[in-house]
Design a protein around this ligand. Structure first.
Ligand SMILES: [Fe+2]
Length: 429
């Protein structure tokens, strides 16, 4: 299936052919037709009047030359218009792609990175920067940049850029400066486009042309100004996501503290969820997990036993009652949108690799990888920390005991990852 760029190319080719055909039919064909009519019907009527014949032929040639000249002139105009249209289409396509990428960007830095790359594509500048305000009334600082060696270029011209930046911030509109630098070492033109949000200024684009004599075309500025609108909305969305994450981190801490108090298994239990989260994170990174599953694993590690809050404390040591805690935890977490993908990891954290665990008796890869990691991290922490029933063992002894359950209770790949981390001395009991 053709991509949008291919569609654009096909469209341009068709338009080009149509324009050529129209002018050919409108100028060359009528001229040829006129010549044929004159030759067939008019010229014979002049008889031997050579002067009149020459005059007519000259007039005919003149009309033909003018017609052809206008044909080529019009083709040139159409070519220029087509080139402009193609450039506009490219810019539009770049903005549409950027708006799609920006809507999926969850973090401030990924929004800034996409914005800087897109600004380069829209303007062909040598370097683009996205500056952000760290807080109300604070100065704008470079968050992300793109282009060739952008950092030293910015540092070397900080004072000049600062003047254009101040002008743009004060007016709230794009500001420009042509430096006249023809050496190619400094920027030849500077543009600053503010990023405004409902509460005021959030940041700014700084664009530096480094080619001597280069400047900003009005259509390029219009395109970056349109992009700035999308980027501002994306920053607002990322800021909101960030505050939601902070809120959920604080709520998780409160729940973990409540869980520790509810389980009341002595001092060794204190910090158990945070230790598991650290070990699980190391295993996840060793296995090459991306940031999203690592986040899921982190929250699941902290909340894996949250279901115990729904079980009467007097029944905590009754195995038949305890087995309900993964399902109870799943039911507590799954209605909360930000924990919906954490809930299945909690549900399956007591499944065994051979299918003999609970609550569903899932086996192998049917168990979420994060749950398989969580199980190994949980058992490792329990083995290396004393509780009411067992004394603590060292890392080496704990690894031996876990290895004994490889393929039965534990995923061999996860156990290998734990062993690799231990061999580097990165695990402490
Ligand atoms: Fe558990």
């Amino acid at each position: 299936m053709p991509q949008s760029g291919q569609f654009q190319s096909l469209f341009s080719q068709k338009l080009d052919r149509a324009v050529f055909g129209t002018y050919f039919l409108g100028s060359v064909v009528p001229t040829a037709f006129l010549a044929a009519v004159l030759h067939q019907y008019v010229l014979p009527g002049f008889g031997q009047d050579g002067l009149a014949t020459t005059g007519l032929i000259g007039m005919l040639l003149g009309v033909g030359v003018l017609s052809l000249a206008s044909f080529f002139a019009l083709r040139r105009l159409v070519d220029t218009a087509l080139k402009r249209m193609k450039a506009d289409n490219r810019r539009l396509e770049t903005i549409l792609t950027a708006s799609r990428d920006l809507s999926g960007a969850l973090h401030t830095h990924s929004v800034a990175d996409t914005a800087a790359q897109c600004a380069i594509a829209l303007t062909d500048v040598g370097a683009a920067y996205v500056l952000l305000q760290a807080g109300r009334g604070k100065p704008l600082l470079v968050c992300e940049s793109a282009g060739q060696d952008p950092a030293p270029l910015y540092q070397a011209n900080q004072e000049t850029i600062g003047e254009v930046l101040d002008a743009a911030v004060a007016s709230g509109t794009p500001s420009f400066l042509e430096t006249g630098d023809a050496t190619g070492r400094g920027p030849s033109a500077i543009a600053v486009i503010p990023l405004a949000v409902a509460g005021g200024l959030r940041g700014a684009f700084v664009l530096l042309h480094t080619e001597p004599g280069a400047g900003f075309a009005p259509e390029q500025v219009d395109a970056v100004t349109s992009l700035a609108g999308f980027v501002s909305v994306a920053f607002q969305s990322a800021d909101l996501q960030n505050s939601q994450r902070n809120f959920f981190s604080r709520v998780t801490e409160i729940l973990v503290t409540a869980l520790d108090a509810q389980l009341d298994q002595g001092d060794a239990r204190a910090g158990h969820p945070n230790r598991i989260a650290a070990v699980a994170n190391s295993i996840g990174r060793e296995l090459g997990l991306a940031e999203e599953p690592l986040q899921r694993l982190h929250f699941a590690s902290l909340l894996h036993d949250i279901g115990y809050l729904k079980i009467d404390r007097a029944l905590h040591f009754d195995p038949s009652q305890c087995k309900a805690h993964p399902l109870l935890g799943f039911r507590m977490l799954s209605p909360i949108r930000l924990w919906q993908d954490v809930a299945p990891v909690v549900l399956h954290h007591h499944e065994w690799f051979d299918g003999s665990g609970y609550p569903e008796g899932r086996a192998g890869s049917d168990i979420p990888l994060e749950s398989r990691i969580l199980l190994v991290a949980d058992v490792f922490d329990k083995l290396t920390h004393e509780d009411f029933e067992c004394p603590a063992v060292g890392v080496s002894e704990a690894l031996d005991q876990i290895r004994a359950g490889t393929g039965r209770q534990f995923d061999p790949r996860v156990v290998d990852a734990l062993a690799a981390i231990a061999s580097r001395g990165e695990l402490v009991a």
